[in-house]
Design a protein around this ligand. Structure first.
Ligand code: GUN
Ligand code: ZN
Length: 433
């Protein structure tokens, strides 16, 4: 079926922090035309109406139509330890996270949590994610099954952690064989993808890290996700365990884990050399500001990474992160940058949450910019979602509207979420106009 959606359409064709207006695709009164789950046309309303005179149109006037958000780093297995405070990273993992992740030995719990997780993503306008599961095989399958049912573009992987508390510790070669089994069964199935997922350097033996690197090398379509240089204590522990490595990044580098398909979360304490090596490799960074602030980990230097043209996206990093909303995440990103005298303008923030994330996850062919032929994962954002947002955005320019949403927006601003053109959350039945 062919369907049009009329509203103020905004997306990016490239990074607006480098290419300015040329990277912004904006129709103040536009229509996107969706057929069989894909965008087949997009233009000013008057043009589309003459091209498709009989088109059935959903009137979304007053709403912003934009690509669904892409969350570049999240743990679906930490929903029940979100907002568990009082600790920094290593203590928090030990006391709050590992006991929670052990619950995934129960298949019914994994299935229920996976369903809840995807619904919460949709409620927050997130249509694609790169997700950590746990070291239990069935926790990965539970998420794949739920994502297949929801027809969502989700990438996940079995967490490798053979140096962990007993209940969660896996073993080699089984953990690596399991990863391969999951790749063979799920990579490219529907809209699903696989990421080989060593938790971080401290929870894997050298043999397991080497095995992860080997798998990454053998399967050219998969990603690698891990954590890097999130806290000073973590960096000190890595230095102690790997005294010969010049820095933390070199540990991953030595095991073949630094590639253009590698996504590193956090990266707060990278040396200058590490920043440059990371840029050169084509690897990317998931910027997780709510998590960095919740755990007191520190401030990510977005501007340095941006100048080096490192591919980046925004990560909620729930459960260290405090919100599923990438709008709420943008606000913390803005404040993180402000403290370093950099201004995270709204166009760049929304780019990071859409096309930036899609590029980071290697899925920008399919989603992220509502371009011709792309899968129609999109959201309707209400710039008047609260009385104060309404007041602040009335008669505002696009930039002012986006900025108000960047700073004050959250799940309340997501009026509807569409997956491949089908309504998957919410709906409108009218205001705004
Ligand atoms: N480093 C290793 N594991 C984790 C995790 O689950 N969350 C965060 N924020 N950092 C980590
Ligand atoms: Zn994480």
């Amino acid at each position: 079926m062919r369907q049009g959606f009329r509203g103020e359409i905004i997306s990016f064709t490239d990074d607006p922090s480098f290419y300015g207006d040329k990277a912004v695709s904006h129709q103040k009164d536009g229509i996107i035309v969706v057929e069989n789950g894909r965008v087949i046309a997009r233009d000013k309303a008057e043009i589309i109406k003459t091209q498709f005179p009989d088109l059935a149109i959903t009137d979304c006037s007053g709403y912003l139509i934009m690509p669904g958000f892409i969350d570049s780093h999240i743990h679906y297995t930490q929903l029940d330890c979100i907002a568990a405070g009082g600790e920094t990273l290593l203590g928090w993992l030990e006391k709050k996270v590992f006991p929670t992740e052990q619950k995934f030995s129960d298949k019914a719990y994994a299935t229920e949590t996976a369903d809840f997780f995807l619904k919460e993503c949709l409620r927050n306008g997130t249509t694609s994610t790169l997700v950590f599961a746990t070291s239990y095989f069935q926790s990965v399958e539970a998420l794949y099954n739920a994502a297949l049912k929801a027809d969502m573009r989700i990438i996940t992987g079995n967490v490798l952690m053979d140096l962990a508390p007993k209940a969660l510790a896996d073993k080699i070669p089984k953990s690596l064989d399991d990863s391969e089994k999951l790749i063979q069964n799920w990579q490219g199935h529907g809209r699903l993808g696989y990421a080989v997922t060593p938790r971080f350097a401290l929870t894997s033996s050298s043999e397991q890290l080497a095995g992860a690197g080997k798998i990454l090398g053998e399967y050219p379509d998969i990603l690698m996700q891990t954590h890097l240089a999130e806290t000073k204590d973590e960096c000190a522990a890595v230095k102690e365990r790997f005294p010969k490595a010049g820095d933390y990044l070199e540990v991953y580098e030595n095991f073949g884990l630094l590639t253009d398909r590698s996504v590193f979360a956090h990266c707060l304490y990278l040396s200058d050399s590490a920043f440059h090596r990371l840029a050169k490799s084509g690897a990317g960074i998931a910027f997780c500001p709510t998590s960095n602030l919740f755990l007191g980990s520190g401030l990510f230097n977005l501007e340095k990474a941006r100048q080096l043209k490192i591919t980046m996206g925004l990560g909620s990093d729930v459960g260290a992160g405090t919100s599923f909303s990438l709008l709420a995440t943008m606000a913390e990103a803005y404040k993180t940058c402000r403290l370093q005298n950099y201004n995270l303008d709204p166009f760049y923030a929304f780019y990071l949450a859409t096309l930036g994330g899609a590029r980071l996850l290697g899925i920008d062919r399919y989603v992220g910019s509502l371009g011709m032929g792309q899968e129609a994962d999109f959201i309707l954002v209400n710039p008047a979602a609260t009385p104060l947002l309404d007041r602040r955005t009335k008669n505002a320019s696009l930039e002012e509207k986006l900025f108000a949403l960047e700073i004050m927006g959250d799940d309340r601003a997501i009026a509807a979420t569409y997956i491949k053109g089908k309504l998957a959350f919410g709906g409108i039945d009218h205001p705004p106009i």
